[in-house]
Design a protein around this ligand. Structure first.
Ligand code: ZN
Length: 232
């Protein structure tokens, strides 16, 4: 599936799980991250490695020379971001970035990073996370779609269905899931449990995952659905 398909699917999957407008950027980041393993994305991955490695080194220097300024959270965050780029750097295409393991890891890291960045500005936090995974060629197009979605959501004021850390992790995870679904229904399939199992998810499994997503939507929206039913 190409970036257009993944963008559309990411929006569809992500929208029911968005509790704050800027989280639309996170759903898209989740939907687009797995294809960082393409050769064409090498520039953005290398740039990410240099920047995050620089941050890790700065943290280490601060630890040795100005210990009172050392911040453990910041250090863990820098190492986590480095990990986000090292994974696709060493991955084969449709390899480890297309598994449920990286879905969990990347969602936690990107979601947590976005949550930390919201102290400066929620929308900037979303844009930064999206910038981290989209290369220059697609950035213009995807940013326009994302910002348009953000404006619409900002007017509509989404329901706050999930709170705390999870509210930022979930949109990334659901966007990521949409990518695995999208690639499952293509002829090549996805080894989403690699390296534990080489079982390939294909069309059938893709549809099962869509059902899982739908059940998750029902669960998240259950109070609102129930109140609507009772009201009628
Ligand atoms: Zn893919």
């Amino acid at each position: 599936m190409d970036w257009k398909g993944h963008t559309i699917l990411g929006l569809v999957f992500g929208l029911p799980f968005i509790s704050s407008p800027e989280q639309i950027f996170l759903a898209l980041a989740g939907a687009l991250y797995p294809d960082l393993d393409h050769d064409v994305k090498e520039d953005i991955v290398k740039r990410g490695i240099y920047i995050s490695l620089g941050l890790v080194l700065i943290n280490i220097l601060i630890y040795y020379f100005k210990k009172e300024y050392f911040n453990l959270d910041l250090f863990i965050l820098s190492v986590s971001v480095l990990l986000i780029y090292l994974i696709p750097y060493f991955a084969n295409h449709r390899g480890i970035t297309h598994t449920f393991w990286t879905l969990i890891l990347v969602s936690v890291i990107l979601g947590f990073l976005a949550l930390k960045l919201t102290i400066f500005s929620p929308v900037l936090a979303g844009i930064i996370v999206l910038l981290m995974v989209v290369n220059e060629k697609l950035l213009g197009k995807i940013l326009i779609i994302a910002i348009f979605g953000w404006i619409v959501l900002d007017i509509l004021k989404p329901h706050s269905l999930v709170s705390g850390n999870l509210s930022y992790i979930l949109p990334v995870a659901v966007g990521y899931l949409s990518h695995i679904v999208g690639d499952s229904i293509t002829p090549a399939g996805v080894k989403a449990f690699y390296p534990i199992s080489k079982y390939k998810l294909r069309k059938k499994e893709g549809y099962i995952l869509i059902l899982v997503w739908f059940l998750m939507v029902l669960y998240i929206w259950k109070d609102i659905i129930l109140s609507l039913l009772i009201f009628k």
